[in-house]
Design a protein around this ligand. Structure first.
Ligand SMILES: NC(=O)c1ccc[n+]([C@@H]2O[C@H](COP(=O)([O-])OP(=O)(O)OC[C@H]3O[C@@H](n4cnc5c(N)ncnc54)[C@H](O)[C@@H]3O)[C@@H](O)[C@H]2O)c1
Length: 313
């Protein structure tokens, strides 16, 4: 039987689906969901839940001891667009929550940690296409600075204290179960909702802004595959580049038009354009493929079909 798992930030876009998948794999009672707020009905009814503040070390430690937790997935964070509005709150949440979990592992109270990084670790001076695993990283956003610092600390805790921490740099994630939580790639989810509701969408990025993206099923599979891989295969202890697909808002609109021919997109770029312009347009994920067998399954056309079919209900 798998040892108990704690998910912190379980009610968000990724945490919700991660909780469902881990519960179906390891049993509902073995996966403790937690968040600072309650989540959707389906999540709340699917197994044990604790209200928990990721910045409160003592509270996390209590839950870890109570349930004899062995692995923690830390999904609580403030995302890119919101973090630009509240820089210090973002820094405090993103860094303190990570230190809390890394320190629990350093003190051997848990044995494995998953912490997600992001393509936001890259910046305007990074090579934009096929961005390599190791390259210039000068993030220009609060969120990117916190993720890059987090990566350095993960590697440090692994090297100095032997902490088994694993991480991927998620691209923008597309899903239908839970709405996204304030990122720069949120348009790629909102567009499907609006296409079905209104037949049109006003995009906050320019038509030709190409970004790396991924369908949620692929992201969840990558996360669990990485966590299940033997420790010696995991050579990168900062965070792995991870690629799914790349497209522009215009290409996404074209793929929607194949299902909804009258769909109309317009563009009104806002402050998020500058964030998007600082990020890569495509990612080289050779290390993840070679070291733990990563391979994406969903392209843009399949994603559009899945999104429209599921949102139609
Ligand atoms: N969604 C994406 O496209 C994407 C891309 C790259 C990286 N990531 C990273 O993946 C992780 C999860 O992202 P997400 O999209 O699910 O975010 P989200 O905003 O949808 O969910 C985050 C959850 O954390 C909770 N939370 C906030 N403050 C908390 C606190 N103090 N204590 C406990 N919980 C708290 C929120 O209530 C929310 O349910 C984050 O680290 C994010 O940076 C996400």
């Amino acid at each position: 039987m798998h040892k108990p798992i704690l998910i912190i930030g379980a009610c968000g876009q990724i945490g919700t689906e991660l909780t469902f998948e881990l519960r179906s794999k390891y049993g509902a009672d073995n996966v403790i969901a937690s968040d600072i707020r309650e989540g959707g009905d389906a999540l709340m009814q699917s197994g044990p839940f604790e209200l928990l503040d990721a910045t409160n070390y003592g509270a996390i430690e209590d839950v870890v001891m109570h349930y004899e937790i062995d692995e923690v997935y830390l999904m609580a964070a403030m995302l890119s667009a919101t973090a630009e509005k509240f820089p210090m709150r973002a820094w405090n949440l993103n860094m303190n929550s990570l230190f809390n979990v890394l320190n629990l592992a350093k003190d051997k109270k848990i044995s494995k940690v998953f912490w997600p990084s992001s393509i936001a670790v890259f910046g305007p001076n990074t090579p934009k296409t096929n961005t390599p695993q190791s390259t210039i990283m000068e993030p220009s956003t609060v969120y990117g600075i916190s993720k890059q610092s987090g990566e350095r600390w993960c590697e440090y805790y692994h090297k100095k204290y032997g902490v088994d921490v694993r991480s991927v740099r998620y691209p923008g994630l597309i899903s239908w179960k839970t709405m996204p939580g304030g990122g720069t790639t949120d348009y790629a989810v909102e567009i499907y909702h609006e296409a079905l509701k209104k037949g049109s969408y006003e995009c906050f990025l320019k038509s030709d802004t190409e970004l790396p993206m991924m369908y949620m099923d692929d992201a969840i599979r990558a996360t669990i595959d990485l966590m299940e891989s033997p420790s010696e295969q995991i050579k990168v202890r900062s965070s792995y580049n991870l690629a799914g697909m790349n497209f522009t808002p215009e290409q996404m609109a074209e793929s929607i038009k194949k299902h909804i021919p009258a769909f109309d997109i317009s563009y009104a770029p806002d402050f998020r354009q500058e964030i998007a312009d600082s990020w890569p347009s495509s990612i080289d994920d050779t290390e993840a493929r070679n070291e733990w067998g990563w391979e994406p399954k969903f392209n843009l056309e399949q994603t559009t079909k899945e999104m429209l079919d599921n949102l139609k209900g």
